[in-house]
Write a protein that binds this ligand. Structure first.
Ligand code: BV8
Ligand code: ZN
Length: 260
């Protein structure tokens, strides 16, 4: 990890009034939750995530899709926030305003203590009826490993007997208007935009950092690998969320001590 990039990023954060953290699946990788593109490890290796995460797939094979999401919800319930999630809660104590915008459907930012968290792509723990859209109180009992890992019949709605669907935004579905508008506002108003752990391939979410840049924000990316958006960032730190974010907070605190 490049120490001088960390120090310059810490200096930017120290003078920032409004900071946005924009997270993707890499944020939760060190909590043991597979990233989206390798969420199909093991049981699901023969499916394409982008084909399963669609209304058509659920229409065609609700038990396969519901089984996949229950497997992922079980991974989420068994996971714990990692030092990266906790470092963002520390960061919120150092800056006037910190907005966490996530593409993730897990609740690890919330369980670490971040608030508010804008979920652009929904939440695994908020399933709803596919017909009347009423919420389905799934609770937080850890489901058994989905039987044979292939199919699980979705529960039925108590009100209209419709099939219960995952509370996520599938490909081809619109993002929740309120969350997306609040995310766009945050992008237009922030001084520092920090992207952590996303391949930046999914739209319209992937446009948000570019919108922040056009509005004058300083852009930082934290990712162990290059992404297609590297050139748009003012600084790219090659590192993982759980290692880099705590190091950034330390640099922020050290700098605060030095500058007195
Ligand atoms: C829509 C929920 C229109 C489901 C997800 C242009 C404009 C608008 C739309 C489009 C467009 N072009 C194409 C589209 C269509 C489509 C799209 O973007 N397709 C892509 C594939 C090209 N977009 C849509 O369909 C969107 N809807 O536009 O609707 C509309 C409007 C009105 C009315 C009707 C319709 C909806 C998109 C949302 C899809 N749902 N998730 C679920 O989770 O099952 S997206 C899903 O993939 C994730 O949520 C995530 O957001 C996304 C990308 O995944 P990442 O988070 O980036 O994860 P990935 O695995 O890719 O990368 C992980 C990264 O972490 C890597 O870079 C890796 O290096 C790094 N990493 C690994 N370990 C670590 C790490 N980083 C840090 N630390 C580590 N330890
Ligand atoms: Zn219903």
């Amino acid at each position: 990890m490049q120490a001088n990039d960390l120090i310059s990023a810490a200096e930017r954060l120290r003078s920032a009034r409004r900071v946005v953290v924009f997270s993707g699946a890499g944020m939760s990788a060190e909590s043991g939750i597979p990233t989206f593109r390798d969420a199909l490890t093991g049981l699901w290796s023969r499916f394409d995530a982008e084909r399963l995460a669609t209304p058509e797939a659920f229409e065609r094979d609700p038990e396969l899709v519901w089984g996949w999401y229950e497997w992922r919800r079980m991974k989420m319930l068994r996971a714990q926030p990692n030092p990266g999630h906790r470092a963002l809660v520390d960061l919120s104590r150092h800056v006037a305003q910190l907005a966490v915008i996530t593409q993730n459907v897990d609740d690890l930012h919330e369980r670490a203590g971040s608030t508010p968290v804008l979920h652009l792509h929904g939440r695994l723990n908020e399933p709803r009826c596919s017909r009347c859209a009423c919420a389905y109180p799934i609770g937080d009992q850890i489901p058994d490993e989905p039987q044979d890992g292939r199919r699980l019949a979705p529960p039925r709605c108590a009100r209209c007997d419709g099939a219960i669907r995952p509370g996520v935004v599938w490909f081809g579905e619109a993002l929740p208007l309120d969350e997306f508008e609040r995310a766009q506002d945050a992008a237009m108003q922030c001084d520092v935009w920090m992207t952590v752990g996303t391949s930046g391939l999914v739209y319209p979410a992937a446009e948000l950092p570019l919108r922040a840049q056009r509005a004058g924000a300083w852009l930082l990316q934290i990712n162990p690998q290059m992404t297609g958006l590297d050139d748009h960032y003012d600084t790219c730190i090659a590192g993982t969320a759980a290692a880099t974010l705590p190091a950034l907070i330390t640099a922020l605190q050290d700098g605060a001590r030095i500058s007195g």
